[in-house]
Ligand binder design. Structure first.
Ligand SMILES: *Cc1c(COP(=O)(O)O)cnc(C)c1O
Length: 402
């Protein structure tokens, strides 16, 4: 997910797509095209940013509170506290619970590094859990086994579950909540990739005790820099998050109640997000239409994304599975040769990363270990045209069938 948009100027000038899909040198198709989005909503963006330049309240200006209200309303959460990044949102949520040394935090092995980095920064131990082979979301059977293992070993205290809504789809929150309630664990939704998605008819934001969202530029709702937000139904937690994001301050100025951090969202980023929020729902529908084109064009030759039941994806990533590494690498090579952006999330599960080897207990997590050699992501963004999506299908089919 850490891939900001490339500048269009790196490529030859775009020709008309109507020139035909079999033109000798069709225009490249970028993996993400933030410039196209900027051209589409430019006047609104500039108006919002100019307002901040005019009033000059660059930290906790009026746009920050306005955005928090709009985001809470958008997902139906009682409280929204904006913060400086998705990673800081995760950290503040765990700091507020006092998670630290001796605590086991259960999280999927197949996710972005930030999910596991945060418990370690606080002195806690990430316990890696395997994922479902078709939805890539945390596997409940593996989770139950890992919790039982930690209890049996008796070295760590089970403390929290971080459920990750991977690639734009929700994790199995009904199942995760049931396990957390039985084991008395805090639930944190790492919704960095999936704000805007819904589960059982309601938008993500209140599935767990706290929900962390990222506004990194390439996420479904992206700022022009780092940003994030926390959602919760608890007024006490929301008050703690506000204190923690400003150095643990109390209600009086320069009263310091606890160790916090500098974790606020910039007013300029709030202004950018307000402009983008106006078109966000329409953009999710555009991504959905692109996914439908890929589904129809590819389902008979490879594994298309399996939908989580009763959900709607925010389509941060459209991930396909090839039978093996040779075919996956051929598909990557074919697309790259045709100038089509593609990526691999994630080539290596976290428990096999050098940084996490020491904290991992050596358990094997076979699904997470195999996915990295079979998975790849196709371009999916709101400014991808139907013709471009069809060309991706054509090139991929030609590569795999040719
Ligand atoms: C992007 C991401 C984060 C971190 O968000 P930042 O805003 O980049 O700090 C955390 N978890 C997951 C799953 C992510 O994809």
């Amino acid at each position: 997910m850490r891939r900001a948009g490339r500048r269009g100027s790196r490529f030859p000038p775009r020709r008309s797509n109507l020139a035909g899909m079999n033109a000798p040198h069709p225009a490249p198709i970028p993996f993400l095209d933030l410039n196209a989005q900027q051209a589409r909503i430019g006047p609104k963006l500039r108006e919002r940013m100019d307002a901040v330049l005019a009033h000059g309240q660059f930290v906790l200006g009026p746009e920050v509170a306005e955005l928090e209200g709009r985001l809470a309303a958008f997902c139906g959460a009682s409280h929204c506290v904006s913060v400086s990044s998705g990673t800081d949102a995760l950290q503040i949520a765990l700091m507020a619970e006092g998670v630290g040394r001796g605590d086991a935090v259960f999280l999927p092995a197949f996710t972005y590094t930030a999910t596991a980095e945060v418990p370690l920064l606080l002195g806690a131990t990430p316990v890696f859990v395997d994922v479902d082979p078709r939805t890539f979301q945390m596997d409940l059977t593996s989770l139950r086994g890992r919790i039982a293992g930690v209890k049996k070993a008796g070295r760590l205290r089970p403390r929290a579950i971080i459920g990750v809504d991977l690639f734009g789809q929700p994790a199995d929150w009904a199942g995760l909540r049931e396990i957390a309630a039985r084991e008395k664990l805090f639930t944190l939704d790492d919704c960095a990739q999936s704000f805007g998605a819904s589960l059982a008819g309601r938008r993500l934001g209140r599935e767990a005790d706290a929900t962390a969202v990222s506004f990194f530029p390439s996420k479904p709702l992206g700022a022009y820099g780092d940003g994030g937000a926390l959602f919760t139904e608890s007024a006490e937690r929301a008050a703690l998050y506000r204190s923690l994001r400003t150095h643990g301050e109390g209600t009086a100025r320069y009263e310091v109640l606890r160790i916090g951090m500098n974790g606020r969202l910039d007013t300029l980023q709030a202004a950018v997000l307000l402009a983008k929020l106006d078109v966000f729902e329409a953009e999710i529908l555009r991504r959905d239409a692109i996914a439908a084109i890929y589904d129809a064009g590819l389902h008979d030759i490879l594994e298309i994304p399996r939908r989580v039941p009763q959900s709607r994806s925010a389509w941060a990533v459209y991930a396909i599975l090839l039978p093996d590494e040779v075919l996956r690498d051929a598909a990557l090579g074919g697309l790259k040769a045709a100038g089509i952006g593609c990526a691999v999330y994630y080539p290596r599960p976290l428990h096999h990363q050098p940084a996490y080897a020491e904290s991992h207990d050596r358990a094997s997590l076979p699904v997470s270990e195999r996915l990295g050699s079979r998975i790849m992501a196709l371009p999916i963004h709101p400014d991808l045209t139907e013709l471009q999506a069809k060309r991706v299908v054509t090139v991929l089919r030609a590569t795999l069938e040719g």
